[in-house]
Design a protein around this ligand. Structure first.
Ligand code: 5GP
Length: 131
């Protein structure tokens, strides 16, 4: 069965899209730690990130770099934190999270609540920076 992220890639499930190209897609995490918390995925479904081929994995990080610069332009923060967990969704993904302290990367913290309008505003603003 296709992963939930493959169903987002196919358009079966909606997302707040940030950027995409032929091989990768970036969209807002639906349960974010911070405004601008973004997921970067390969369109081709692979469960575990370190099972991805070298070129595809390198390309994913270069794509994430472009997305991270866009997030940083829109969300005031010191850095864009990068992490991979993958315990919930079995489709490789990189979390990009605006951070000011190490605690901002703590996934055990309560998530923030955003309205659909907030998600739309943030995703459009970041998408416009990336172009
Ligand atoms: P992980 O697999 O890295 O532990 O966590 C998966 C992440 O994907 C979580 O942060 C969760 O909020 C996010 N997520 C799960 N399902 C969806 C979904 O359907 N849409 C979006 N945008 N994010 C999701």
């Amino acid at each position: 069965m296709a992963s939930i992220f493959s169903r987002i890639v196919s358009g079966e499930i909606p997302c707040y899209k940030i950027a995409e190209d032929e091989n990768y897609l970036a969209f807002l995490d639906i349960n974010p730690l911070a405004k601008g918390h973004t997921l970067v995925i390969p369109k081709k479904e692979t469960d575990y990130i370190f099972d991805i081929g070298d070129d595809e994995l390198a390309g994913m990080m270069v794509f994430a770099k472009k997305v991270a610069h866009g997030i940083k332009e829109v969300v005031p923060c010191k850095r864009i934190g990068v992490t991979v967990i993958g315990l919930e969704v079995a489709h490789a993904h990189i979390h990009l999270i605006p951070i000011n302290t190490i605690y901002d990367m703590d996934f055990s913290r309560p998530k923030i609540k955003l309205s659909p309008e907030d998600f739309t505003t943030i995703s459009n603003a970041i998408a416009n920076k990336i172009g």
